[in-house]
Design a protein around this ligand. Structure first.
Ligand code: E4P
Length: 217
């Protein structure tokens, strides 16, 4: 499973890129606002930190303006993926850009039927938001399983990008279902490292090593 980080914080992205864990980056207008930087500048900075796809989202609601915005965004770097909302105008934009060889990430997906439409429109990625589904009392992971079944039934190449990931169980369940990608905030990716027995074991080894009085260097 590929790991994307869901942030526009370039320090966090640089740190994860150095660890070799990072396969790409997703942003959205809220994350760009939080960065306090100019959209085009921050996307350019991010694109230099990873070779993987960097999702940059259009903000227009109509197809013609989405296309104009996408034109600006895709010129930033070769690894920009244009993110469009799951609306009819978004799908028209998805189809036009995909036909032109641009990677498109269709976002704000909350149903398997919506994911089916995005695949038919040629999306490279579909972003179902599991956390926001959980927030309203549904099981977001059922959505991922349904999309996996549908995409496999028809051999769609669209990658399932599990979004709105809030905790390590989301990552585990997404991997078990066979999602292609997950995107999570840096803190959630770091949580995947944690296990109390790792900490306990490390403390034990350090204490025993101390007793030897030796040094490797
Ligand atoms: C995905 O591309 C979105 O940016 C993101 O995962 C949304 O997550 P949230 O529901 O935690 O805002």
């Amino acid at each position: 499973m590929k790991f994307f980080v869901d942030t526009a914080d370039t320090n966090d992205i640089a740190e994860l890129a150095e660890s070799g864990l990072l396969d790409g980056v997703t942003t959205n207008p809220s994350l760009i606002a939080k960065s306090g930087k100019r959209f085009v500048d921050v996307v350019a900075e991010i694109c230099k930190l990873t070779h993987g796809p960097v999702s940059a989202e259009v903000v227009a609601m109509d197809h013609a303006t989405m296309m104009k915005e996408a034109e600006v965004l895709r010129k930033i770097a070769d690894n920009v993926a244009i993110k469009v909302p799951l609306t009819l105008d978004g799908l028209k934009t998805c189809k036009a850009l995909s036909d032109d060889g641009t990677l498109v990430n269709v976002t704000l997906c909350f149903s398997a039927n919506q994911a089916l439409l995005a695949a038919k429109a040629g999306a490279a990625f579909i972003s179902p938001f599991v956390g926001r589904w959980d927030d309203i009392g549904s099981d977001g992971m059922n959505l991922i399983a349904d999309i996996r079944t549908i995409y496999d039934n028809y051999a769609f190449g669209t990658e399932i990008l599990v979004a709105s990931v809030r905790h390590p169980i989301h990552v585990l369940e997404a991997a078990k279902i066979g999602a292609d990608v997950m995107t999570a905030p840096p803190a959630v990716i770091k949580m995947l490292l944690n296990h109390p027995l790792t900490d306990k074991g490390l403390a034990g080894f350090a204490a025993d090593w101390e007793k030897t009085g030796q040094s490797i260097l």
